[in-house]
Design a binder for this molecule. Sequence first.
Ligand code: SF4
Length: 296
Amino acid sequence: MAKDKLSLAAWIEESERKGISLRETLIANNANAMGVEPQVLLSKMADMLKVMRASIDYGLTGVRSRSKLTGGSAKKLFEAKQGNNYANILGPTVSDAVIFSLAVAEANAAMGRIVAAPTAGASGVLPGMLFSLQKNYALSEEDLAAGLVVAGGIGLVIANRSSLSGAMGGCQAETGSAAAMAAGAAVDLLGGTPEQVGQAVAMTIKNMLGLVCDPVAGLVEVPCIKRNAGAVTQALTAAQMALAGITSFIPADEAIDAMKEVGDRMPCALKETAGGGLAHAPTALAWAAEYFKAGE
Ligand code: SF4
């Protein structure tokens, strides 16, 4: 491992040595690096939360994308959940996370304002996790702001050691990274130890490894929107396992390094070029041909 790379293990070790949570370490370190009081940092996070919440609200109105390819899924799932005979097989926390993730991803596809955390294509995962946990576990705004700092720290390590870009590393780098950020934040917010945060990150990355970037017609719609929903469920699964004390054989930093290797070896056709995968399915090619013809 190169010495100059950021390391989640280093922050976990620092937290354990000081006997504090990962969020306390990251808030202190980030505020220090920015030359501001921790409260200023948290207030910036609170501003981001406001944008995230507004994007959920916008998505839940049933917005459709300009291309008309996608939209309305979040509203549909939200309304189905209210029905008496609807089998809510996911339970309240997971279904809320899925609904909110879809809502933000659909808001993004409809050119609404979102927080790119870490990217626009993967912008639904983190708000899906945070606002579902707030709703179902009565977390405060301060908690969520701290959760964003934890998620940001994890994202920073991934950006430093691997990539957050689908064009560089495939969708594992976008929705996979978002899921890892969300899983780590969830564990911290629900009282997990710094070490458990690392386990959740490692397990999430492992489960998202190899995911290709293959958007239909090059638009961030299909499969992107539903991948946000899938990614948040992966994050919840990993967080749940970590909180139970389950550990990953491969540590988080090494899983992130593996993600880089997989991304580097992934063919260009599967890295946001719409040159393969789902983008080359007959249905996708036929739709894209019509779409681009109409735009001429
Ligand atoms: S498929 Fe590509 S464009 Fe879509 S969310 Fe994944 S990385 Fe982003």
